[in-house]
Write a protein that binds this ligand. Structure first.
Ligand SMILES: Cc1ncc(COP(=O)(O)O)c(C=O)c1O
Length: 363
């Protein structure tokens, strides 16, 4: 069976580095707020190309605390897409804001700037939250220009985008470009995954970094002195240590994902492919295609021993009972998408075989 992810194959070659990292933490036993947390934060901020990294214990927590740190009034509108993981929208709701839905570009699956323009003309939106879905860059220069012209700030869900670069007039830039913050997830299957849950806010804005630091730890900078209600949303020292051990490998793993994506691109017909590099450089967290008979192809692949999965089976507005916004491109694409295996431990021949099976099943 060729699986979507193969964590044992990823971790086996670096087992001794992971063991060493855990040994260090077991040595000093500072399981919360230990030295590895800050070392990882500095290393990941530098790796991404951002001034501050504030770790938290999931991507969902990063989105929630990041949105709360904007300090928008209750009920403020945040514009986002429905073609995303539910957490993008859960965070908006739990932060006390309302969602304004924006349609996607069917060629990329990402936020469509012309739909954003329409939404922002129609209603007052305080913040725009695009998603670098599948590891592909959302069209940030257009989104930032439209948002700023309408007085909205921009933040971004980069939970699938460790190393994604955004195309801008000044060249390729980090995924946080143009935003007040980018939220990352270190869920184990992510391009950079912890051995458990984890997340982070990356920002150039000191005020945002300070607020998220307060929110993740009961509003406390100094023990027992709370300045605002917060949470227990810190990243464990052990997870920081493991992430620190994995970080030096991330560029190689992302490079391998891009090589495998190029093999898929070379075999699959253009009609089935999404335009992953249209607005930047993707890190291919997922390799997603679109097919009119998606479920049939998925079953044929399963019969050939190839796992393929749907990201995502339901638009995120299905979270909100009674909410069925008119998003024709989203609805159409979400019935067609299928993600194929792509991870650093896959062989070229595996990917060739999968691509050929898809071509045969789809024709
Ligand atoms: C696009 C997107 N947003 C948010 C999240 C939430 O991250 P986590 O699972 O770490 O809470 C994920 C992770 O699955 C994601 O893929």
């Amino acid at each position: 069976m060729i699986r979507m992810v193969d964590l044992p194959a990823l971790h086996k070659p670096i087992q001794s580095e992971l063991d060493l990292a855990a040994d260090h933490v077991l040595g000093h036993q500072h399981f919360v707020g230990g030295p590895e947390v800050q070392v990882f934060e500095e290393a990941f901020a530098a790796w991404v190309g951002s001034r501050y990294c504030v770790t938290v214990n999931s991507g969902t927590a990063a989105l929630l605390l990041g949105l709360m740190a904007l300090d928008l009034p209750n009920g403020a509108k945040v514009a986002t897409v429905a073609n995303t993981f539910l957490a993008t929208v859960e965070a908006i709701i739990w932060a006390g804001y309302d969602v304004a839905w924006v349609d996607i570009d069917p060629d990329t699956g990402l936020m469509d700037p012309s739909s954003l323009e329409e939404v922002l003309r129609r209603e007052h939106v305080a913040a725009v939250l695009p998603v670098h879905l599948y590891g592909a860059a959302a069209p940030m220069p257009a989104i930032v220009e439209i948002a700023h012209r309408h007085g909205a700030q921009v933040v971004v869900d980069a939970c699938q985008a460790h190393g994604t670069r955004v195309r801008t007039p000044a060249g390729l830039m980090p995924a946080v470009w143009g935003t007040r913050w980018a939220a990352y997830s270190f869920y184990p299957t992510k391009n950079l995954g912890a051995l458990g849950d984890g997340g982070a806010i990356l920002t150039d804005d000191k005020e945002i970094a300070d607020r998220v630091r307060l929110l993740r730890h009961h509003g406390q900078r100094v023990r027992n002195e709370s300045t605002r209600p917060g949470f227990t949303e810190r990243l464990d020292t052990l997870q920081a240590a493991w992430l620190l051990a994995k970080l030096p490998h991330l560029a190689t793993w992302n490079g391998r994902r891009r090589e495998l994506a190029a093999i898929y691109d070379g075999i699959l017909p253009a009609a089935l492919r999404l335009r992953n590099d249209l607005h930047g450089e993707s890190v291919f967290h997922l390799y997603t295609i679109r097919l009119p008979h998606r479920d049939v192809v998925r079953e044929l692949l399963a019969a050939q021993g190839v796992q393929a999965d749907v990201y995502y089976p339901h638009p995120a507005y299905s979270l909100l009972p009674g909410s069925r916004p008119r998003l024709p491109a989203t609805q159409r694409l979400m019935d067609q998408v299928l993600s194929l295996p792509i991870h650093p431990a896959l062989a070229d021949d595996d990917v060739r075989r999968i691509a050929l099976e898809v071509v045969e099943a789809a024709t």
